[in-house]
Design a protein around this ligand. Structure first.
Ligand code: ZN
Length: 330
């Protein structure tokens, strides 16, 4: 019998939604202070289990019939499960492998050969859709130019088990399955963002129209949401992200944030042979989201398309100009 619950600390609490919370064993291994506030959560089902830490962000999951992943093994060892026991669980799991499992493993191999594969993830416990108009969450989303039809979540206020900070949660999807999320905290405390993301993930593929000619690549989730773009989630584009973006088969226009970090993105875009747009926005408008908030989606898009450059030399010149402006503003 594969029963992860028997490995959990004795001090734990179950919520109505099926999550069991306990002091997360992961944080101290991930450069965070030890969890003393029961911020680890695990949910089990007949198919396996899924773990999230709301302190350091560690996640791991396990599906019966499959091998224990590296992250699931680490989690189990942090819970004090001996190595032999972990191996026993793995063997036990593989005994449950059926034909369906073998077929889906094969599909996974083929997807992973293309470098495009993300595991399904759970949203935070107690996450609910933001549907109440003129609530603080609703107003925040509108003020950031998020389309009303994008399903943004929040946590119910009476959930004391996990977070009590006011926040909005943007689900990360790929092929319309949830594969992670980004939380934007609405108080002024740090951290402002907490992401649960997977290597090589690009946000916004499900926002793309099938007949669109361009894919606009930006850094942040809110930039992407407000313009219907793709977010690489930091000021770099890794090779797996490049493969995913190329798989969309359209002209790519990278629109960097107009700050020092954004300039690194320009170099990467040039290296990849992608177009870059660095519109001449006024002070106070430093990224796509600022531009959409100020002028609206269509007008912001026009400034981006007008400033689109494909020539390496012209991109270099524009970048120099912008770098001067950035140092001046600082
Ligand atoms: Zn942790």
């Amino acid at each position: 019998m594969i029963d992860v619950i028997s490995y959990l600390p004795a001090r734990r609490k179950s919520s109505n939604s099926g999550w069991i919370s306990f002091n997360a064993p992961c944080c101290e291994h991930n450069g965070e202070t030890r969890d003393r506030r029961s911020r680890g959560g695990i949910k089990t089902s007949d198919a396996g289990w899924s773990f999230h830490c709301f302190n350091c962000g560690y996640t791991a999951s396990f599906i019966i019939g499959r091998n224990l992943s590296f992250k699931a093994r680490k989690l189990m060892s942090w819970l004090g499960v001996p190595a032999e026991e972990i191996e026993r669980v793995n063997l036990e799991s593989l005994r449950h492998r059926n034909m369906e499992g073998l077929l889906s493993d094969r599909q996974r191999v083929s997807n992973s050969l293309q470098g495009i594969e993300f595991e399904e993830r759970e949203l935070p416990p107690a996450a609910e859709l933001v549907t109440t108009r003129h609530s603080p969450h609703w107003d925040y989303l509108r003020s950031r130019g998020v389309p009303e039809d994008y399903p943004v979540m929040t946590v119910v206020e009476n959930d004391k088990v996990h977070w009590t900070r006011p926040q909005v949660i943007v689900p990360f999807t790929y092929d319309n399955r949830v594969v992670g999320y980004s939380c934007r905290m609405l108080d002024n405390r740090q951290p402002k963002y907490i992401h649960d993301t997977q290597p090589g993930y690009v946000f916004g593929t499900d926002l793309q129209g099938s007949d669109w000619r361009y894919a606009i690549v930006v850094e942040g989730v809110f930039d992407a949401l407000s313009i219907g773009g793709l977010a690489v989630l930091h000021a770099e584009i890794n090779d797996a992200q490049v493969r995913l973006i190329r798989s969309l088969d359209r002209e790519v226009i990278v629109v960097p944030d107009q700050d020092a970090a954004g300039m690194k993105l320009v170099d990467r875009a040039v290296e990849l042979g992608w177009s870059v747009s660095m519109p001449d926005w006024p002070d106070g408008v430093k990224d796509v989201n600022d531009a959409v908030i100020r002028w609206g989606r269509v007008a912001a898009l026009i400034t981006i398309l007008q400033a689109r450059e494909t020539s390496r030399i012209k991109i270099g010149l524009r970048k120099k100009q912008l770098e001067k402006k950035i140092t001046r503003i600082r």
